[in-house]
Write a new protein. Structure first.
Length: 170
């Protein structure tokens, strides 16, 4: 689960080690993609170039609240068109969710970093991907051709870890 039943990430899912890992990855990204209810609320957030998925616009528009953000309706414009509109033609793209956004890119990821906090339970919460909890996130990633690679501990006291799931090279 990535959020509680109210679609909010509760404090019990927030760990300093995970936050540092996440922040460093976003600082390295050339473009961040997320839904309009997602975001990271960090000091560097307004400086980061991003695509925000929304159905509230016709196709593409600059976010009136953030000149570094492009509003993107994927039903009316391709990802390539949206990235071009945002001024990004190459580089690292960070997809930070939620579940619908993750699912849109499932067959395109080079790497998906899956964080786990096994001691946290969110009954009735929002799964990280469509199909969770009927299937595990690991099963869904494997179904899309990704394989678990190296893992690292982010918070030993709470058993929080992150594992790189990578697409096999052809």
């Amino acid at each position: 689960m990535l959020a509680d039943a109210d679609h909010v990430m509760p404090d019990e899912l927030k760990f300093e080690g995970d936050k540092r890992f996440f922040t460093a990855a976003l600082d390295r990204a050339d473009l961040i993609v997320h839904g309009r209810h997602s975001g990271e609320d960090q000091p560097n957030s307004p400086k980061r170039r991003r695509l925000i998925l929304t159905r509230r616009i016709a196709a593409l528009a600059t976010d009136p609240e953030n000149p570094n953000a492009t509003l993107w309706n994927p039903a009316a414009a391709s990802f390539a068109e949206a990235a071009d509109f945002a001024g990004v033609s190459h580089g690292t793209i960070a997809i930070i969710g939620g579940p619908v956004v993750f699912d849109m890119f499932m067959d395109r990821y080079d790497t998906f970093w899956l964080s786990l906090a096994p001691r946290v339970r969110l009954p009735g919460g929002e799964g990280c991907f469509p199909g969770v909890p009927e299937r595990t996130p690991q099963q869904i990633l494997a179904t899309h051709g990704l394989k678990a690679g190296e893992g690292r501990t982010l918070d030993a006291a709470h058993e929080v870890s992150v594992t790189a799931w990578r697409r096999a090279s052809s």
